[in-house]
Design a protein around this ligand. Structure first.
Ligand code: SF4
Length: 458
């Protein structure tokens, strides 16, 4: 299945790509099915069942609200985050829902969405079943979907993903592995970003791809700015205080007088915190490659922008194209789902992508970019997913800050080498898959292990 850069970086809402954006897209797929292949006007109610990791942590991730938004016909790209609470409240109060924005059905929020904590669907930990009901609550038709990470949704046949190009186009420079990517680049004298831009031309013009990526970059910056200005407590009940805004004030106040040689690290931490606090608050976010790990790429890009006098939009496009190429390799050969391989698949992958992006715009060769990506993941192998209270807050927010600094360090280490290495990116990806398979389920976005059970929720 060919994946475009447009599928890799999408604009949506927080707090989770797999548990919020994915369920929303599944709801949209279901109403599309009802409209196209069924008689939607005969539907009097809808039942939604969430399984596996969605059943365990769906409430904390807002999966129920996301499903509702999808059934209403709202898209992750266009929904206004500030209107979500009001829409949900109205459905709760009226016990009705405007299916696909057109058909009034009955919908009892507490009975029509079921969280199965001890049941899973067979093909992925993030399973969902949507059933259309008649007036007596008999099932008319059911469909199953899986949210496989990064907002990608597949149907019961693990195909026909919304947003993923199901017809395999003939790419000018096809690659499935990093070895193939490096070989294609070397053979044709291309950087990773140039190769990616050429491949994207099978879907749209170069200008359209560049404009799309610039919009992604602008949305990332908007998210950083909003996170740096917003005070308060994050939703969900953990009472986590937002730190980015006061930290931003402090850094600004001491900007001129601060002689700390590592002060740039504070700014990198700030940018990651700002994005992930916005994500945790359900704000507008770029999935990169997931929401839980959405702060790393923007933080490293902003670091680059702040430290390079000559930096321009062209660099930012190159950064995203290179990072996207590395993201494809994980999507194609491993997983970007915390429920499938743990946090190594989210924060680890984002770190690896950011390290390669930074290496390219800093002048790294193709091999050095591979090396940067490999270092970025190698030191995240085995990282578990254990969000406290099922919320994408602890450890997720700080973890993005730490991984942003690791990405910068990975890139710097790679640029001090000649690109040769003992451990290739392909080997580290293979190791990540095997490690994820060996990881106990309790460490894979179920909130039944790790920090999630050792921190008292208050
Ligand atoms: S621990 Fe990592 S994978 Fe799990 S929810 Fe947080 S960011 Fe996502």
């Amino acid at each position: 299945m060919a994946i475009s850069i447009i599928d890799m970086f999408t604009i949506g809402i927080g707090p989770s790509s797999s548990h919020t954006v994915g369920p929303m897209r599944a709801g949209l797929k279901f109403i599309k099915f009802l409209e196209q292949d069924f008689e939607i006007s005969t539907v009097k109610s809808v039942k939604v069942e969430l399984f596996g990791s969605l059943g365990h942590t769906g409430i904390g991730h807002g999966s129920d609200k996301a499903v509702i938004l999808g059934l209403l016909g709202e898209t992750p790209e266009d929904v206004d985050p500030d209107t979500v609470a009001g829409k949900v409240k109205q459905i709760q109060n009226t016990r009705t829902l405007l299916l696909a924005g057109k058909y009034l059905i009955k919908f009892d929020f507490s009975n029509n969405i079921i969280f199965h904590r001890r049941k899973s669907l067979p093909k992925h930990p993030n399973g969902m079943r949507f059933s259309a009901l008649d007036a007596e609550d008999n099932i008319l038709v059911s469909k199953e979907y899986y949210s496989v990470g990064g907002g990608f949704v597949v149907n019961d046949n693990m195909g026909d993903d919304q947003g993923v190009n199901s017809v395999e186009p003939a790419l000018p420079y096809p690659f499935k592995t990093c070895d193939e990517l490096v070989q294609q680049c070397k053979e044709h004298g291309l950087s990773i970003s140039a190769l990616m831009l050429a491949n994207e031309s099978v879907w749209r013009s170069e200008k359209e791809t560049i404009n799309y990526l610039l919009n992604i970059w602008h949305t990332m910056q908007y998210c950083i700015d909003k996170g740096c200005k917003t005070e308060g407590i994050l939703p969900g009940g953990l009472k986590v205080k937002r730190r980015a805004a006061p930290m931003h004030r402090r850094l600004k106040a001491t900007e001129q007088s601060n002689q700390d040689p590592l002060k740039i690290m504070d700014w990198v931490n700030l940018y990651a915190l700002a994005v992930n606090e916005e994500n945790a608050a359900g704000g507008r976010i770029v999935t990169a490659p997931t929401n839980g790990a959405a702060g790393i790429i923007p933080a490293v890009m902003k670091y680059y922008q702040n430290t390079k006098a000559q930096c321009d939009d062209n660099d930012m496009v190159k950064f995203l194209l290179t990072a996207g190429a590395i993201g494809f390799l994980y999507k194609e050969n491993a997983s970007i789902s915390g429920a499938e391989v743990g946090c190594q698949g989210e924060v680890g992958v984002a770190c690896s992508m950011a390290a390669a992006g930074l290496a390219e715009v800093t002048g790294g060769t193709v091999s050095q970019c591979e090396n940067a990506a490999e270092i970025g993941m190698e030191h995240h192998l085995g990282l578990t997913c254990d969000p406290v209270g099922g919320l994408v807050q602890i450890p997720c927010i700080e973890r993005n800050a730490i991984a942003s600094v690791t990405a910068i360090n990975s890139s710097r280490l790679a640029l001090h080498g000649d690109g040769s290495n003992k451990v290739s990116l392909d080997k580290v990806i293979k190791t990540m898959v095997e490690t994820g398979a060996d990881m106990k389920t309790k460490y894979k976005e179920t909130s039944r292990g790790g920090l999630a059970v050792n921190i008292i929720e208050c």
